[in-house]
Every structure is written in structure tokens, then in C-alpha cells.
Design a protein around this ligand. Structure first.
Ligand code: NAD
Length: 307
């Protein structure tokens, strides 16, 4: 049993992880600027309303914590180029302060969700292995890579363990259908509300969609000592185009989609499918949720939580 703190734990990934960790018997603290939507459902989960930008609070916050999940982020792949300086000033600089505080508080391991969808950039070798070149074409991908490098440096200089997961496109219950991120939740929300679906490009962009329970299982397993001081892809190895996802969602909701195709954005890579054989060779993890089953569960959640 470990004391686990999730910075940014009220969001999509954090909320699902806090439940999975508490179900597994760990003691969980969520530290976030906003309360978790479904907090009342979880056992052994404490909530602290805190911004990790406030360095004065970090020492007390991290005292006695074994595992630090750093999930807070202020930028998104699609919009990070608008405020690149802020992306670095906030996400990179404050992550460094957080890691310094973690060293002082003797946290055992920092677990960081990097971005399998953006750190590699354009690539022709599919599925993408962790050894592929990293040439992000959006600021978000660059700041994620910078933080990866700082985690490596903190381990070398101060001995604190880290684990980096380069996650593909997570989807499922808990994802906001009004957000700027998460194609599946967004399309489901638009279909239910009979609204127009706006897509950048012709809908042929291929992504690797990984179901949230598969992702959270990997994060719970991340406590395991076999997974440390390394980088692992977390994806399914299968790709679907945006048009295929829209059709799938439309069949599940039972409504015809009204799709508007906008000009392609230069910050979106055309193809992204991850090879996750590296983590599978170390632990018993498999992203085995079928995409239709996953979309059905996401649909049930979005229907119940429409805003
Ligand atoms: N969702 C995905 O598919 C995906 C894929 C790869 C990587 N990631 C990364 O995983 C992490 C979590 O993603 P998510 O989808 O749950 O995002 P999310 O936006 O749902 O959650 C982020 C949480 O961070 C909190 N937060 C923001 N600034 C904060 C601050 N200063 N102090 C404390 N809390 C703060 C927000 O209130 C929010 O609850 C992010 O770092 C994201 O970049 C997500």
C-alpha cells in the first residue's frame, strides 16, 4: 500500500486513476485547482484545492507521499502554439519546482503522462516504437519532451525515480464532451445534442484510441519497481481515421452526423499509432478493450453527464 498524490487529479485521467488506486488499496490525495466531478464515489480519496504553481504549499503537500503522479497541464496539442512562451513558463518551469519539492520530501517515484500522439511528430515507421526520433510539430509536444528530459536529469543528479508513459489518445467515461480535447467524447456530445461536428482536414487523420481503464491499469501498475527510470508507449497498436470514429459513434448513438470539414491544421500529424510491446514485455498489461465496447461505455457516461 502506497501514499499516492495526483497533481491535477480532478481531470479525466486523474479521476479515473484515483478510483483505480483506491480500489487497489492505496491512499490517494488529489491536489487540483478544481474539485473532482465524481469524488463522492471514491473511498480513501482526499481532495486538496491547490495550484501546484504555489511553491509554498508543495512541501506540506508532498510530505509522506510515496508516489507522485503529475497530471496537471495548462496547454493542449491543438492550441499550445498560440501561447508558446506561457507553455514553457507554466508547464516546464513549475514542473521543475514540483520535482525539486519531490526530492526534498523524499518522494520515491514521479509518474508523468507524456504524449505519444505528439512527441514523435510526423513519422512513416508505424507502429511507432519508443526508440523512434522525436520531432514534435506542436509546442505541447516540445514541452512534454522537455519535462521528460528534466525527469531523466533529476534521476541522475538527485536519485529520484521516474516513469514516463507516452500515451496515445485516451477516451472513455469521465471525458468532458464540451472540452477542446478528446474526439470521441466530443463527437458523442455533438451527436446527442444534434449539433454540427467540426473536423480539421478531410477526416483521414489516423489516431490510436486507448480506453481509459486500460490506461489507468498501466498507471496503477506503474508503482511496480520493474517500471522505473524509463519511457513506455501506452497505446493499442491500432489506428482509426476520424471519419471511422464518427461513423462508429453515429451507429452507437443512432443519429446521422452533420460534419463540417475545416482546413487542415499544420500542427496535426497525419498518422499516429503506437507500439506498446516494450511495456508488455515487462508486465502483464494489455489494452484489450474493443473500440466499439469502449465507445458504448463512453456514450453512456456522456449521456448521463451532459452539460
Ligand atoms: N487525455 C489524453 O488522451 C492524454 C494523452 C496524453 C497525455 N495526457 C496528459 O495527461 C494529463 C492529464 O490529462 P487529462 O486528459 O486528465 O486532462 P484534464 O484537463 O482532464 O485534467 C487536468 C487537470 O489538471 C488540473 N490543473 C490544471 N492546472 C493546475 C494547477 N496549476 N494546479 C493543480 N491542478 C491543475 C485541472 O483542473 C484538471 O483537473 C495531462 O498532463 C495531459 O497532457 C493526456
Amino acid at each position: 500500500m502506497k501514499n499516492c498524490i495526483i497533481i491535477g487529479g480532478s481531470g479525466f485521467l486523474g479521476m479515473n486513476l484515483s478510483k483505480a488506486l483506491s480500489d487497489a488499496g492505496h491512499i490517494v490525495t488529489i491536489a487540483d485547482i478544481a474539485p473532482p466531478v465524481e469524488k463522492s464515489k471514491f473511498k480513501n480519496v482526499k481532495f486538496q484545492k491547490i495550484s501546484y504553481f504555489d511553491s509554498n504549499t508543495l512541501k506540506d503537500l508532498l510530505e509522506g507521499q510515496n508516489i507522485l503522479y503529475h497530471f496537471a497541464y495548462s496547454s493542449l496539442p491543438g492550441t499550445s502554439y498560440e501561447k508558446m512562451e506561457e507553455d514553457i513558463a507554466q508547464n516546464v518551469a513549475y514542473s521543475i519546482s514540483l520535482f525539486k519539492a519531490a526530492v526534498k520530501s523524499k518522494v520515491e517515484k514521479i509518474i508523468f503522462p507524456s504524449s505519444g500522439g505528439t512527441v514523435y511528430g510526423e513519422t512513416t515507421m508505424l507502429p511507432i516504437k519508443e526508440t523512434a526520433e522525436t520531432n514534435p510539430i506542436c509546442s505541447y509536444g516540445i514541452t512534454k519532451l522537455m519535462i521528460e528530459k528534466y525527469l531523466y536529469m533529476f534521476n541522475k543528479l538527485f536519485g529520484i525515480d521516474y516513469l514516463i508513459y507516452r500515451i496515445s489518445n485516451a477516451y472513455g467515461p469521465g471525458q468532458n464532451s464540451n472540452g477542446q480535447q478528446g474526439l470521441i467524447a466530443n463527437v458523442l456530445g455533438k451527436l446527442i445534442r444534434s449539433q454540427k461536428i467540426s473536423i480539421y482536414g478531410d477526416g483521414d487523420t489516423i489516431r490510436d484510441y486507448v480506453y481509459i481503464d486500460d490506461v489507468t491499469r498501466a498507471f496503477v501498475e506503474g508503482i511496480d519497481d520493474r517500471l522505473k527510470n524509463d519511457i513506455f508507449n501506452i497505446g493499442t497498436g491500432e489506428g482509426y481515421s476520424i471519419n471511422e470514429i464518427i461513423n462508429n459513434c453515429s451507429n452507437i448513438v443512432g443519429k446521422k452526423p452533420d460534419v463540417e470539414y475545416l482546413p487542415k491544421r499544420d500542427i496535426d500529424v497525419r498518422l499516429n499509432i503506437l507500439d506498446s510491446t516494450k511495456i508488455k514485455s515487462l508486465i502483464d498489461w494489455n489494452p484489450n478493450t474493443d473500440i466499439c465496447e469502449g465507445i458504448k461505455k463512453a456514450y453512456e457516461w456522456v449521456k448521463r453527464n451532459l452539460k
